[in-house]
Design a protein around this ligand. Structure first.
Ligand code: GRF
Length: 200
C-alpha cells in the first residue's frame, strides 16, 4: 500500500506547476502522490498533462449543478472518495467552496507569482501581476506559497523567494523568470507542508 500523502491539484489553465508537482512526485522529491486533478475549465491543457501521467481528472463547474450547495457537496464528496489529504492550487482562479476550506484547514496551499502581500487579491493573476510590477518600477519580485483561507491570496505564508528585476526586464521576461522559480519552489513548499503536518 502506498502510504504517501494523497494530493488533489486544482488548475484552470496550462498546468506547468501541476507538471512540476507530477515530476517531483515521480522522482521522489515530493512525499506525496497526486490522485486527482480538478479543473475549472474543460479545455485546460493541464488536463492533458494529468491524463499523460495517468491521473484521474474532474472538470468542476458550479453552474452545472442545480444549486451552489449541491456543487459544493459533490466536490467535497469527491475529495473524500479519493481520500485526498492535501490540496494544491496551481493556477485555479476561483475561491474554493467554504465547506472544502473548513474540511481542509491548514492542508491547502496556493502559489502566487509575486511577493505577497503585495500584488495579491481578486483579479491579480497571470500577466496582470507582472505588468503592474514592471509599471511600478519595482526592483524585485518573486514567488509566494501560502496556506489558503476564505480570502484571495491571504493565508499564512509558508515559503517566499525573490527574483531581481533589471531595467531591461519586460512583463514577459519577468513572467518567465518568476515561473521558472515557481516550478522549483512549489514542490519544495508542498513537501514541507506534508512533512511538517504528518511529522515525517
Ligand atoms: C502561476 O503563475 C501561478 O503562480 C498562478 O497561476 C499560474 C499558473 O500557471 N497562481 P500554470 O498553469 O501552472 O502554468
Amino acid at each position: 500500500m502506498d502510504s504517501r500523502a494523497k494530493i488533489a491539484v486544482f488548475i484552470s489553465g496550462g498546468g506547468s506547476n501541476l507538471q512540476s508537482l507530477i515530476d517531483a512526485s515521480e522522482d521522489g522529491r515530493l512525499s506525496g502522490e497526486i490522485v486527482l486533478v480538478i479543473s475549472g475549465h474543460d479545455n485546460a491543457y493541464g488536463l492533458e498533462r494529468a491524463f499523460n501521467a495517468g491521473i484521474d481528472t474532474f472538470v468542476y463547474k458550479v453552474k452545472s449543478y442545480p444549486s451552489k450547495e449541491d456543487a459544493h457537496r459533490d466536490l467535497l464528496e469527491m475529495l473524500k472518495e479519493y481520500e485526498v489529504e492535501f490540496i494544491a492550487l496551481a493556477g485555479y482562479l476561483k475561491l474554493l467552496p467554504p465547506p472544502v476550506i473548513a474540511n481542509y484547514k491548514n492542508h491547502i496551499i496556493n502559489i502566487h507569482p509575486a511577493l505577497l502581500p503585495k500584488y495579491g487579491g481578486k483579479g491579480m493573476y497571470g500577466s496582470r501581476v507582472h505588468e503592474k510590477i514592471i509599471k511600478a518600477g519595482d526592483k524585485e519580485s518573486g514567488v509566494t506559497v501560502h496556506l489558503v483561507d476564505e480570502i484571495y491570496d491571504h493565508g499564512k505564508i509558508i515559503m517566499q523567494k525573490k527574483v531581481s528585476i533589471s531595467p531591461q526586464d519586460t512583463t514577459k521576461s519577468l513572467a518567465a523568470k518568476v515561473l521558472k522559480l515557481e516550478h522549483k519552489l512549489y514542490p519544495e513548499a508542498l513537501n514541507k507542508l506534508i512533512c511538517e503536518t504528518k511529522k515525517i
